[in-house]
Design a protein around this ligand. Sequence first.
Ligand code: Y39
Ligand code: Y39
Ligand code: FE
Ligand code: FE
Ligand code: FE
Length: 230
Amino acid sequence: MLQLKAIPAIDFQTEAYKDAYSRINAIVIEGEQEAHDNYLTLAELLADEKQELIRLSKMENRHMKGFQACGKNLKVTPDMVFAKEFFSELHENFQKASAEGKVVTCLLIQSLIIECFAIAAYNIYIPVADDFARTITEGVVKEEYMHLNFGEVWLKAHFEESKAELEVANRQNLPIIWRLLNSVADDANVLGMEKEALIEDFMIAYGEALGNIGFSNRDIMRMSAQGLAA
Ligand code: Y39
Ligand code: Y39
Ligand code: FE
Ligand code: FE
Ligand code: FE
């Protein structure tokens, strides 16, 4: 709500805006591409959910195309090399977990942590986006809630046997998101997105997700604090 006070007019064609956009736009495009790949990997690991997971992966592919159009519309070339490096640590953790058949860890990384990252970023971006990108992002964020919900529903149904692995995966991956946020906070700020608002939205979405899965408030506090162990 911080951002509802005075929203200054943003000039989307300054060099400073386009430079920051070349990295944030690339992060989003790369993130959507990796989300597409991750849901296809999950479709192989969870045979009962295969069709649904393929459906989610197709949504991620459409998101990627939508955000590529946002960059083109502003005449920005996304810095894909930067974005690949940005996601490499999370990507490696997902790859390693999937190779070991650790479905719970894969779901925590993609459907909880990355989806909450997307939900926070897109909700904070919408009020400060150009008109073209706002329309695209509004459509996308609705679907990200469906992806988060997939992970919540599956993990809730398997809560007792997943709990220990979720705690370990949280401790390994939440600090990474915290570092990633800090590394793009300056660029996000140029786009009109406040770091404090991003953290607040992320923590609300992630805490709610952990609660829906079955964690107690005490667990949620403890697991959130582990994000600071960066
Ligand atoms: O599941 C998804 O669709 C996720 C790929 C998208 C993640 C996008 C991450 C956006 C972070 C932007 C950082 C701005 C501060
Ligand atoms: O300040 C805190 O409470 C930190 C513990 C929490 C780390 C969680 C990471 C926040 C990532 C925000 C991502 C926004 C798109
Ligand atoms: Fe990959
Ligand atoms: Fe997406
Ligand atoms: Fe998603």
